[in-house]
Design a protein around this ligand. Structure first.
Ligand SMILES: *[C@@H]1O[C@H](CO)[C@@H](O)[C@H](O)[C@H]1NC(C)=O
Ligand SMILES: *[C@@H]1O[C@H](CO)[C@@H](O)[C@H](O)[C@H]1NC(C)=O
Ligand SMILES: *[C@@H]1O[C@H](CO)[C@@H](O)[C@H](O)[C@H]1NC(C)=O
Length: 479
């Protein structure tokens, strides 16, 4: 291979690596049009309130009227009584972001007027009806250095096509002589103010709200999950997709994950407001983090054995399977130490979620001086399947264990028939280990949700390499 073709190959490889591995998210959040419509409903209600707080400045000017000459006017105490946004919608602009269009909005303003013509002075009140207000706002979504979502407003325009001012008072008729000029001044002031308020509300209300997305969430004493955005959210014609890292990590010591996330192709489903794609990478980093933190270790002692099982964990019981125990450690209590010999690796396919954990079981005799004498080391493998659900904004699960297979890895007490231990180990695993594991899995792991969001109408589907969760969303306002 010549130097040039090598350079080309290197560039192609770098390009390939940039396009694949490094940027694949472990978790994708998809917001459909139904979800955007719901968010829009909530947002417009807030914007309507913000606009009603709009403060209009006093203004004044001069007019020259035939016969009368110069008229000096002044408007003050402008009060926006209401601002209604009856028609608006939010739409996806592929590759750009979102667009909010407000049409036929209307508002009412009242206030005081004051005029001076030579030495004549008068004052009164007025009201303004502003109709056919059109507002267009583009929302550009991004991500900041900490991986939190950002929202910017690169474009906002307001157009008002109908404005009517009514004056009352003795000299009210005067204003009607130059209402066109006054109306255009009102229009200008309002057009400028509305976009000000919209842009300010996006920055002071919407952006802080989306930033409540917990990009790193502590899960328990051992692990956290990293939900930081790996790229700016992307808009397509059907949805807004947010690519998250989706990676568990050990709180004590975060180490690089030795396997990459695979590409995750969400199906075009759109009947729920939001979909979550949780890749097998996401789940496997959980196994990796808990294993690396030394958390996948579990001890079974006699006191943990349910009353309904009359297999006491001692050498008297076990000598039925390992006869030499009776002589070596007569009537001695025992202890089993279960540990995952490697991080459990889970597979997700259309048929569901399954794993084949390899569990080491070390048996000990507990000597009278409470030191432990190792007896034998077994290896337990089995097919485990999982049922997944969503509960209170968490992914929860429960495991079902199929038939398990036992083999002997090492013995300190000589040979014995391992097969005979199969059923007792099955009982211990399914009646002691599994319920405790499932209790933990039932607490679940938090989904990436901003504050005060509740999920309902959830669905769970399995696809190649990822789990798809769908849900409708409800925002719970602060009480
Ligand atoms: C060991 O278990 C047997 C029955 O399985 C029981 O009779 C015996 O008392 C136990 N011994 C100890 C030390 O717990
Ligand atoms: C406990 O007892 C065993 C045998 O009886 C002995 O080998 C071991 O050294 C003792 N351990 C301690 C810590 O005393
Ligand atoms: C686990 O499942 C595989 C096929 O998926 C099968 O070959 C294997 O025997 C099963 N193991 C046990 C212990 O049932």
């Amino acid at each position: 291979m010549g130097a040039q073709s090598l350079a080309v190959a290197c560039r192609a490889l770098i390009l390939f690596l940039t396009l694949t591995g490094a940027t694949n998210p472990g978790f994708v959040v998809r917001i459909t049009q139904a979800g955007l419509d719901y968010a829009h409903q909530q947002g417009i209600a807030v914007l309507e309130k913000e606009l009603a707080q709009l403060k209009l400045p006093d203004f004044s000017g001069d007019f020259r009227i035939k016969v009368l000459g110069k008229v000096r006017y002044e408007f003050s105490r402008l009060d926006l009584r209401n601002f209604h946004l009856p028609y608006s919608r939010i739409s996806l602009v592929p590759n750009v972001g979102l667009q909010v269009s407000i049409s036929n909005a209307f508002a009412d303003v009242d206030g005081n007027w004051r005029v001076k013509i030579h030495f004549i002075r008068d004052h009164g009140s007025f009201d303004v009806r502003v109709e056919n207000i059109y507002v267009n706002i583009n929302l550009k979504l991004g991500n900041d250095a900490s991986g939190k979502p950002t929202i910017d407003t690169p474009y906002c325009s307001t157009r008002i096509s109908n404005i009517r001012v009514r004056f009352s008072g003795r000299l009210g008729w005067l204003y009607n002589l130059f209402h066109n000029a006054i109306e255009s001044k009102f229009r200008k002031i309002l057009e400028g103010k509305v976009c000000d308020i919209v842009v300010k509300s996006v920055h002071s209300k919407l952006q802080p709200y989306v930033q409540t997305l917990p990009v790193t969430a502590r899960i328990d004493a051992i692990a956290g999950v990293d939900y930081s955005l790996v790229a700016p959210p992307t808009a397509t014609a059907q949805s807004l997709d947010v690519a998250l890292k989706g990676e568990f990590f050990s709180l004590a010591h975060r180490s690089a994950v030795p396997f990459p996330p695979l590409a995750l192709a969400l199906p075009p489903d759109h009947d729920r407001m939001v979909y979550f794609g949780a890749s097998s990478y996401f789940f496997n980093t959980a196994g990796f983090a808990y294993h690396a933190a030394g958390a996948l270790v579990f001890e079974i002692t006699d006191s943990m054995i349910p009353k309904t099982i009359d297999f006491h964990l001692n050498t008297t019981t076990f000598s039925a399977f390992v006869p030499q125990l009776e002589k070596m450690y007569p009537n001695t209590p025992m202890k089993l130490r279960l540990s995952a010999s490697s991080a459990p690796f889970l597979n997700i396919g259309p048929g569901g979620l399954s794993l084949k954990p390899v569990v080491d079981i070390q048996a000990y005799a507990i000597l009278p001086n409470s030191s432990l004498a190792p007896l034998f080391l077994l290896s337990l493998t089995g097919n485990v399947s999982a049922v997944i659900n969503v509960k209170s904004g968490h992914i929860v699960g429960s495991l079902n264990v199929g038939r398990m297979k036992l083999s002997l890895k090492h013995s300190d007490v000589g040979t014995f028939q391992v097969r005979t231990l199969q059923s007792i180990m099955n009982i211990y695993a399914s009646s002691i280990l599994l319920p405790r594991l499932n209790e933990r899995l039932d607490e679940g792991f938090p989904l990436p949700l901003p504050d005060r969001i509740q999920l309902s109408n959830t669905l769970v589907r399995f696809h190649q390499n990822f789990l798809l969760l769908g849900a409708d969303v409800r925002y719970q306002p602060r009480v």
